[in-house]
Design a protein around this ligand. Structure first.
Ligand SMILES: Nc1ncnc2c1ncn2[C@@H]1O[C@H](COP(=O)(O)OP(=O)(O)O)[C@@H](O)[C@H]1O
Ligand SMILES: [Mg+2]
Length: 426
């Protein structure tokens, strides 16, 4: 059986290896899934073969691979593919099926000739050890592990192992080496992402997630600098509605650059108190002339309120309206908050992007914000892996950086070009 597909030189190198087990570490959009599909069809070219494509979840398997696999295999179908089983029977009796590692217990029992584990870094490692590896035993089946690094987790260990065992082969390629992403696109990603993120996602490097430090791009020497109020340009006031402490930041923007002039940290306070503090703190500014204030902050301030009967936002709205001689206000609050990870990625890339540009500066008087940048960590679960939530163990931490993050993520959102490119970046 012959079929016609194109493979790039780097993909060819993986395909040409005759090792039973292979590990491919590659950047986003390298062409990993494309190669996986070609590998599946090749492995199914023989009588009565059973080959599997496994993704971290059933839903993901369907979303990433199903339509592409149908298109590739259509000339060889024995019958219509089963949409419920996500399986395709080929004219010579072989079957290619999609599976999700989230239900790995239900996958036991089948003997396999070949399996691709796509996005293995996000997969339950037990899926391999407990289910897939035993299923390959009776037919001497092979396996291809593919993915983009996610810190030093089980994918890293598999990659290390593959470099030592003679039955295994290991490959590592950057996105650029895949040849599917233009140099312009890569340069644009380098400007948008922080350096560590770029190395991990596009250069396929295993990067330390540190001790879970959330704002890993922050460097006191580069990001702390005196920031002076510039009359005539708007003042950003961005809020977090925690009660103790209640936090907000005063910011000015100049093109791509962001300057944090001051922080307002009020222990055990409410929104009216924050308004009073804002009024006093900005006195030297509005005394020079009416001040344009752009208000940003926690979208959930619409539902909740720290003061009693009115929402936080209505209190701020009324306050600014009552000080018309001092302020001209514009509200830029998002309707929903971004995911925590996305918000922190936005701040990190402003602190230092992969092109090594620092575009976020904090005045040294912002002591709590600097503490947050240096101390806020991701929470880890029982097995020590970082989660998508911040560690809230210290009640003083996270709020003022949250306040700033609401502004940054709204004013400098990550672009959603190129499909899945920005997903799951940490
Ligand atoms: N050999 C190839 N020839 C043509 N296009 C390819 C090839 N390999 C990948 N592509 C295309 O490049 C893009 C990224 O490929 P994909 O396999 O989804 O990458 P990854 O899984 O590494 O993120 C897709 O649009 C895919 O169709
Ligand atoms: Mg893919």
């Amino acid at each position: 059986m012959t079929f016609d597909v194109s493979l790039r030189p780097a993909q060819m190198k993986v395909l040409a290896s005759n090792k039973r087990f292979r590990v491919l570490v590659a950047g986003r959009r390298f062409g990993k899934t494309h190669l996986a599909l070609v590998e599946l069809l090749r492995a199914a070219c023989g009588p009565d073969r059973t080959v599997w494509y496994v993704a971290p979840s059933y839903k993901q398997a369907k979303r990433i691979a199903w339509n592409r696999l149908k298109k590739l295999t259509q000339p060889f179908w024995a019958s219509q593919p089963s949409e419920t089983e996500l399986s395709i029977r080929l004219q010579w009796g072989s079957v290619i099926a999609l599976r999700g590692a989230d239900q790995y217990d239900s996958l036991r029992g089948d003997g396999l000739d070949f399996v691709v584990l796509d996005e293995y870094a996000s997969m339950h490692p037990q899926c391999w050890t407990e289910v897939i590896r035993p299923a390959l035993a009776d037919r001497q089946g092979g396996a291809l592990f593919i993915g983009t690094p996610q810190g030093f987790n089980h994918f890293y260990e598999r990659f290390e192992y593959a470099q030592k065992d003679p039955e295994w082969a290991a490959f590592q390629f950057s996105t650029e080496e895949g040849g599917n992403v233009t140099a312009t696109e890569l340069a644009s990603a380098a400007r948008e992402l922080d350096a560590r993120c770029f190395r991990q996602e596009f250069q396929a490097r295993f990067e330390s997630i540190g001790k879970g430090q959330a704002y890993h791009a922050f460097q006191r020497a580069d990001n702390v600098a005196p920031c002076r109020y510039k009359p005539g340009s708007a003042l950003v006031w961005s809020m977090d509605f925690n009660v103790d402490p209640m936090c907000s930041v005063l910011v000015q923007r100049d093109g791509d650059h962001v300057y944090v002039l001051d922080e307002i940290i009020l222990p055990d306070a409410n929104t009216p108190a924050a308004c009073e503090a804002f009024y006093e703190r900005t006195r030297p500014m509005w005394e020079q002339g009416r001040l344009t204030v752009q208000v940003y902050g926690d979208a959930s301030g619409n539902q909740r309120n720290t003061a009693g009967t009115r929402t936080d936002w209505s209190i701020i709205r009324d306050f600014l309206a009552s000080k018309r001689e001092a302020f001209e206000a514009a509200f830029r609050v998002a309707s929903v908050n971004p995911a925590v990870k996305d918000r922190i990625n936005c701040v990190n890339s402003r602190l230092r992007n992969a092109a090594e540009e620092c575009q976020l500066f904090v005045d040294p008087r912002c002591k709590e914000l600097i503490r947050d940048f240096e101390q806020v960590c991701w929470k880890s679960d029982a097995s020590g892996n970082t989660t998508g939530d911040l560690d809230k163990g210290d009640p003083k931490r996270t709020h003022v950086s949250d306040a700033l993050g609401y502004y940054i993520s709204q004013a400098f959102p990550m672009q959603q070009k190129a499909g899945e490119r920005w997903q799951r970046l940490l």
